[in-house]
Each structure stands twice: as structure tokens, then as C-alpha cells.
Design a protein. Structure first.
Length: 261
């Protein structure tokens, strides 16, 4: 296909619409922008429906490998057109349209000593993406996103996760369904609250475990607090009375790693 030079090209207009949640829901498509994100998607077997690229924005020398992987689904754009497509301040010249994949609790394989992370109603896409990145680094077996207020295919989730959305088993479920699953599989729920008596480094996190984290503004819902088998607190020694949810998640995950290793 010839290089796209018009901002009014239907493929460009359709792709730009995918920055909006409604369009993603209606089409079941989403955007993957960035070299690292796209490479991880392709390496994980994600299907690429269309790959837009612009050499004027390339930062390295390996972009052609991804273009070749897309084959005849790769379309070159002018700098002006790609800038219209991109949702980043500093684009790197690669943006793909890909079908969404929705996984459910039934997709979690049985395992001897499961290590799960549950993210309840995380509001900010950047925080959800960072949580996924920490979960990938911590080697969790699955992330269960419960009652989401932001969808996992938000462009900023993809970006903040640095493509780990594609390397993780990311499950979508309602809290009630997740609780039933955890109970049936005898997995303990660990939740952090400032009111807990036990510091997170003193709790036993070695067995079948699901660490659950909640909304930025209100924390965990009463549903999850009541269901928690282990309540822990993270010491706050300064003026602030809480941590960013992604930071708190990382602390809890790595304490679990320390004990389980």
C-alpha cells in the first residue's frame, strides 16, 4: 500500500477513534504504540490487524523486524499523519491496531502454590499499567482485574505496563466471582490497611496467596476487607497517610517474593 499522506484517510480516522473507550468496546480493538510494547505483543503471539509506521520518528535500528513481522498489514505514514495517530508526546514511529483478548477465571491453570494479584476498581490507567509492570517483575501467576473503572486496553495502561500486559495472565472478573474462585481453591487473601496491627513484613505470605489492592481514593471495598484472611499495614513515618497504590502494590509483592524464595 502507498504511504498514507491524508489525515482524512478512513484507516487513520478509525484508528484515532480507538483512543476512546467507547470505540474500543464497540470494535473490540485497541492500540499498541511503541517499540517495546509492540515487540512484547508480537513475541507473545498477539495478532496485529494493522501496523502504522513512520521512519521519521524511529529511535533505533530494529524497527524493521517488527514491520516485517506485520507483513502486508504494515502501512507507512507521513510524519504529520503519524503525529495525528500517536497519543504520546514523543512518538517512536510504531503504532498497531490489535484485537482485544479477554481472559476469565477459568483460564487460570491449577498450580501448587499460587501467587496472585487482585486489582479492584483501579481508576487511573497509569497506575494499573504500573501495577502490571510490578506484577510481571514479581513473577505473579495471574493478575485479576476486578470491577474495573478503567479498561485494561486503555492506551495508557499499555504504555505504563511497558507491554507487560501481553506477558502476564490478566483476568477480568467481578469481585463476587473472584472471591468464589479464591475460596474454592483455598487461596488466602492479603489486604493492606492502615488499621492493621501486623506490619507487612511480619505476616506469613508463603502459602497460596492473593494480594488485593484497591482504588486510589477509597482503598479496598468493604467486600474485600471482610474477605481478607491477612490484614497488614505499611508503616507511614512521615506526613503522608498513604502510598500511591502502585507503590504499595510493589512493596507487598516483593515482600511476598522475599518470603517465598
Amino acid at each position: 500500500m502507498d504511504k498514507i499522506t491524508s489525515l482524512q484517510n478512513p484507516k487513520i480516522k478509525d484508528a484515532v477513534k480507538l483512543q476512546d473507550r467507547r470505540a474500543r468496546k464497540e470494535t473490540d480493538l485497541f492500540l499498541i504504540e511503541g517499540y517495546r510494547e509492540l515487540k512484547r505483543a508480537i513475541d507473545s503471539g498477539r495478532k496485529i490487524e494493522t501496523l502504522f509506521f513512520c521512519r521519521d520518528f524511529f529511535l533505533g535500528t530494529n524497527e524493521d523486524e517488527l514491520i516485517d513481522a506485520a507483513g502486508n498489514r504494515a502501512i507507512e505514514c507521513t510524519k504529520e499523519v503519524f503525529a495525528k495517530l500517536s497519543y504520546r508526546d514523543r512518538p517512536d514511529g510504531l503504532l498497531a491496531v490489535s484485537p482485544q483478548i479477554h481472559l476469565h477465571l477459568i483460564d487460570i491453570p491449577s498450580m501448587k502454590n499460587p501467587f496472585l494479584l487482585i486489582a479492584e476498581s483501579i481508576e487511573k490507567p497509569g497506575n494499573l499499567g504500573t501495577i502490571l509492570r510490578s506484577a510481571d517483575a514479581a513473577g505473579v501467576d495471574a493478575v485479576i482485574v476486578c470491577d474495573p473503572t478503567t479498561d485494561i486496553h486503555n492506551p495508557n495502561v499499555v504504555r505504563s505496563s511497558v507491554g507487560t500486559l501481553f506477558t502476564l495472565l490478566v483476568i477480568e472478573a467481578k469481585s463476587e466471582e473472584a472471591l468464589v474462585f479464591l475460596k474454592e481453591n483455598k487461596i488466602e487473601v492479603a489486604a493492606a490497611t492502615p488499621h492493621a496491627k501486623v506490619e507487612f513484613t511480619e505476616a506469613n505470605l508463603k502459602g497460596p496467596l492473593a494480594i488485593v489492592v484497591g482504588t486510589e481514593q477509597y482503598g479496598l471495598s468493604e467486600t474485600w476487607m471482610k474477605a481478607a484472611d491477612i490484614l497488614v499495614r505499611i508503616p507511614m513515618l512521615g506526613v503522608a497517610d498513604s502510598l500511591n497504590v502502585a507503590s504499595a502494590t510493589t512493596l507487598l509483592l516483593y515482600e511476598a517474593i522475599r518470603q517465598r524464595r
